[in-house]
Design a binder for this molecule. Sequence first.
Ligand code: BTN
Length: 262
Amino acid sequence: MDLENLKSNISTNIIANDLFLFPEVSSTNEVIDKLFNDKYIGDGTVVISDHQTKGRGRYDRKWISPSGLNLYMSLLFKPDIEPSKFPIFTFLSSCALKDTFSLYNLSSSIKWPNDVLIGGKKISGVLTELKYSDKYEVNYLIVGIGVNINLTRQHIIKEMSDISEKVTSMSIELNNDVNRELFTAELINKLDEYYSKFLNYGSSVILDDWLTKWDSIGKSIKVNVDGKLYEGIVKDVDENGFLYLITEGYKTVKVISGDMIF
Ligand code: BTN
């Protein structure tokens, strides 16, 4: 990725005032964490890499990160927010992703809690981690975003044989390679818009945006929680990211963490 090209397309207030680009890292989430603890980087700092050797997803799953094809990016936030409400940053990121895909006429759907899909297939993922620094006595958040931009069908088949049918990329959907610098800058600009909204109006406004985009209240869904399947009608999602389902017998079940089946 070309840093100058990327920077020339970024216009933000807070996000990416500091921007680090590396050719190869273990995981951008790990690198930004280390940067913060070594030299106290500011709110909204961004780390991007062309390649990750240890890209990871939720539940420590591997995040396939081949060189030069996709986006691997982490952002650092130090918001004034109750630690339990940190999932709002996953929602904020999903809103920004969905808006950015729509700039390419790609209609995407949100999957609770952290995915954005195109045509029912996974194209991006968000890994938000809440941390505490003893050194600075502060809570901080690391938001890692992975987007399959120019990942080819061959890569998907080779590296993700078991789930290859459920994964896609922008270039597969568009039948065209996408300019990674431009897409990344557009996503950063959108993240900045939502972050400014959060700073000005609070997390409830972000949750409302996310709920509108998610469009699943009142709909029937299935969720896998540690191997146990829950099926029910969506009643709500709160600012902690918890999902409330009305299951058989009109019982309300609160799901703290799980995977929506798609
Ligand atoms: C998921 O869907 O489980 C979340 C995937 C998050 C992947 C991104 S890629 C950039 C950042 N660095 C990582 O190691 N993971 C996140």
